[in-house]
Ligand binder design. Structure first.
Ligand code: HH2
Length: 268
């Protein structure tokens, strides 16, 4: 899953996909390039959810996202929409998106679950307690893996009760969303367990702050090596969807990992 942020302020690539005149054409071109580089799906987002980010008016998010979804879907790209807002999800689905990636799935927006159910779309249930603006204010868990697992299953149950097909749901521990470095590492170490919950597991580590903390690389766009290490390990441990900025590099890394995994084991 390729990240396509149509925002001026995303933590690692704000403004990159926006034309100077706000034209969606540049973002569509970028999305097509991500698909050509090997992404199976392009995740279009119009609101930054970086720690401390202020919410964007829904009308603005709508204007950023819908033309880009329309342009990519018209070119046959599988599009997901990264939004917490039911109105944006509804418009994006009507414009051709087929997955809603809901970072607010633990406390879904009014009408979100029904919108996804009616469209028969896929639904990514990501773990985030609270709101992006305050989520990094002393996050606390009694048992981070157990708490995240339980809360994801609770949100999954609500989604299924609202009519979303069980097999249309993917789960995501929400790396960096209301979590300390220790929490993020515990969740990544628990990928084998989280991947066994009966749904495809999505993991988004790409360029995130915890990689900067581990590597000393301050500039998010330069955190490629650390991002690849985390992506390969997550894939090897059972993650089925990796949400990444650096698509070509990730595809290359996964090709090497897959070849090594397919090689005969000594003694096997
Ligand atoms: N991470 C970000 C945004 N959306 N969705 C899912 N399912 N999982 C994630 O880990 C995830 C996500 C944050 O990354 P990015 O989109 O690059 O930044 P920003 O929120 O600043 O736009």
């Amino acid at each position: 899953m390729a990240v396509l942020n149509v925002t001026p302020d995303s933590f690692s690539d704000g403004g990159v996909a926006l034309g100077v005149d706000g034209s969606p054409l540049r973002a569509v071109e970028r999305g097509l390039a991500l698909a050509a580089a090997g992404a199976d799906c392009v995740d279009v987002g119009g609101e930054s959810t970086r720690p401390g980010a202020a919410p964007v008016p829904v009308a603005t998010e709508f204007e950023r996202v819908v033309p880009v979804v329309t342009g990519l879907a018209a070119e046959g790209v599988l599009v997901s929409v990264d939004t917490r807002h039911a109105a944006v999800a509804r418009a994006a689905l009507a414009a051709g998106a087929v997955i809603v990636n809901d970072v607010g799935a633990l406390t879904p927006d009014d009408g979100m679950l029904e919108t996804v159910a009616e469209a028969g779309a896929g639904y990514v249930v990501m773990h985030l307690r609270g709101k992006p603006r305050t989520m990094q204010d002393a996050p606390r868990f009694s048992d981070v893996v157990g708490d995240v697992e339980r809360e994801l299953i609770g949100a999954r149950d609500a989604a299924v009760a609202a009519g979303i097909a069980h097999d249309a749901v993917a789960l995501d521990p929400g790396i960096g969303f209301g979590k300390t470095l220790v929490h993020n590492l515990a969740l990544l170490a628990a990928v084998p367990r989280l991947a066994g919950l009966g749904h495809p597991l999505l993991v988004g580590t790409s360029r995130k702050a915890f990689i900067g903390h581990l590597t000393g690389v301050d500039v998010p766009a330069q955190r490629v090596a650390g991002s690849l290490a985390s992506a390969v390990l997550a894939a090897r441990d059972g993650a089925r969807i990796l949400r990444v900025h650096d698509v070509a590099a990730t595809v290359e890394a996964l090709a090497v990992q897959a070849a090594i995994d397919a090689a005969p084991r000594e003694g096997a």
